[in-house]
Design a protein around this ligand. Structure first.
Ligand code: IPE
Ligand code: IPE
Ligand code: MG
Length: 251
């Protein structure tokens, strides 16, 4: 077993859950079977993250670009998502987990939105882990939505142009109120961001593993977190500054 320092876990863990289709195809199974098995991995990671005391977990479940997949796969994914949320809400309540969604919800089918609304409402007063699902989510689309909203507020005089800072802009994003991810895991061997959290990942530590999402295990999760704990986050400073002054000094 990997040793983890409970004091040095990421506050916010983000995951690009990739490789469901390849997992299935390698076994001569339909891609949707890979997504079904992937949903089991989601349960495990949600449970582990909450047990470890991670405060924010964000999962990339469906991208803006994933709408271009074959219609049958898209439909199957929406059905699976609905089933997952319905089945898991009771467990989320027991584990004090709060649901949150980022992305362009107006593109989602009405029945999926109803299911999400119900889950969000039921878990709204939970103050344990915040589980954010990125659905119909694209980083560039989110940035454009934020810019459009901010432009509207500037034109109406609610915000002055001089007041536009990174903090203010951040508050216009879907993730407003969430801290930036400390750690990002992507499975399946692809080393790219695929339009996920483009603004928020500015200083995130990145971790890539060849394992396909349905095969991702508790041990692999712990191994990834141990890797995170071995890293020195400098945020532009020198290593000496971080080691000598705990990273708090501006000297
Ligand atoms: C991730 O697995 C799930 C979604 C993107 C919805 P993929 O479906 O992308 O699996 P691969 O990359 O084709 O193997
Ligand atoms: C990213 O995976 C999106 C999700 C995991 C939901 P993709 O499989 O869509 O990414 P690309 O197309 O390989 O970059
Ligand atoms: Mg993929």
């Amino acid at each position: 077993m990997v040793q983890l320092d409970p004091q040095r876990l990421p506050v916010h863990l983000a995951v690009i859950m990739d490789g469901n289709g390849r997992w299935a195809q390698q076994r001569m199974l339909k891609r949707i079977v890979g997504h079904q098995r992937g949903a089991e991995t989601v349960k495990m990671v949600v449970e582990q993250a909450s047990l470890l005391g991670i405060k924010y977990l964000t999962l990339f479940a469906f991208s803006s670009e994933n709408w271009s997949r074959p219609i049958l796969e898209v439909r199957a994914l929406m059905t699976l998502l609905k089933k997952y949320i319905r089945q898991e809400t009771a467990r989320m309540l027991r584990k004090n987990i709060r649901y949150n969604v980022i992305g362009n919800r107006s593109d989602l089918p009405p029945d999926v939105n109803d299911t999400l609304d119900e889950a969000i409402r039921k878990t709204a007063s939970n103050d344990g882990m915040v589980l954010t699902l990125a659905l119909s989510y694209g980083g560039r689309q989110e940035l454009c939505r934020a810019a459009a909203h901010l432009a509207k507020d500037a034109i109406s005089g609610k915000v002055s142009v001089a007041a536009i800072t990174p903090d203010l802009f951040d508050s216009y994003l879907d993730t407003g109120g969430l801290p930036d991810p400390d750690f990002l895991i992507r499975t399946s061997g692809e080393m790219r961001i695929s339009n996920f959290l483009l603004w928020q990942l500015a200083y995130t530590e990145l971790y890539f593993t060849d394992t396909n999402w349905p095969d991702f295990t508790i041990n692999e999760l712990h191994k990834a977190l141990a890797d995170f704990q071995s890293r020195e986050r400098r945020f532009g400073k020198t290593s000496d500054q971080i080691l000598q002054r705990g990273g708090l000094s501006n000297d």
